[in-house]
Design a binder for this molecule. Structure first.
Ligand code: ZN
Length: 220
């Protein structure tokens, strides 16, 4: 176990940098358990993944059924499918990567947002990036973060700051609605609603952990 004299914490695993302040740690090379146990990638064995798979299929079926019952010119099953593919791809990437999961997710989301806006703009602004990509990826990120944290048995403090950050990202689409930058409103509205519910849940149930983590990160 390594010790960061700056943050006054012990860090498990053979890390070169402190996970909190990113200062380099003294090079004491001792063989010991790694931070994450080597979990074989047998997805079926995890209850959380089974539930996610079940919800994915159910959501897809329901969206197709709703489209048949209430015909509209918005191809909603396609967007449900898009959201599910995004979520599952991120889940797989994140589970395979394992290190600093929550941070990886935030990077994915930020890159995806910027790239989609650039792409949308390059091919003659049609607004699909703001209409769909941003809200869908913020919501998907929240679920991916929460599910992987459960599967990897992370302690709440390992990802709480990133969950908070993503929740705040998720409120951004309210700007698109207020300034009328979008043509399709429901993804943004759903995203903002879920984010506010998520944030309030975090603040109500994990307020103490947030305070501890922020205190730790602030004295960098
Ligand atoms: Zn440190």
């Amino acid at each position: 176990m390594k010790y960061c004299s700056h943050c006054k914490v012990y860090i498990r695993g053979d890390k070169l940098q402190c996970t909190l302040c990113e200062n380099s740690l003294p090079d004491t090379h001792d063989e010991e358990e790694t931070l994450f146990p080597t979990v074989p990638l047998i997805f079926q064995s995890h209850l959380a993944l089974r539930i996610t798979a079940f919800i994915s299929i159910a959501a897809l079926v329901v969206s197709f059924a709703l489209k048949e019952i209430f015909p509209s010119n918005i191809n909603s099953p396609l967007f449900v499918l898009l959201a599910l593919v995004t979520m599952w791809l991120s889940l797989i990437v994140v589970i395979r990567k394992r290190h600093n999961i929550a941070k990886t997710i935030m990077w994915q989301v930020s890159l995806l947002s910027i790239l989609s806006i650039l792409w949308d703009w390059r091919i003659g602004w049609r607004g699909w990036s703001l209409d769909y990509v941003l809200p869908i990826s913020y919501v998907a990120a929240m679920f991916v973060m929460y599910i992987t944290a459960k599967i990897m048995r992370l302690s709440v403090r390992d990802y709480i700051v990133y969950l908070l950050l993503d929740g705040l990202f998720g409120i951004i689409p309210i700007v698109f609605v207020l300034f009328d930058w979008i043509t399709v409103y429901y993804p943004s509205i759903i995203c903002v609603a879920i984010s506010i519910i998520f944030l309030s849940a975090i603040l109500i149930f994990e307020g103490e952990n947030i305070k501890i983590e922020l205190d730790k990160r602030m004295h960098i």
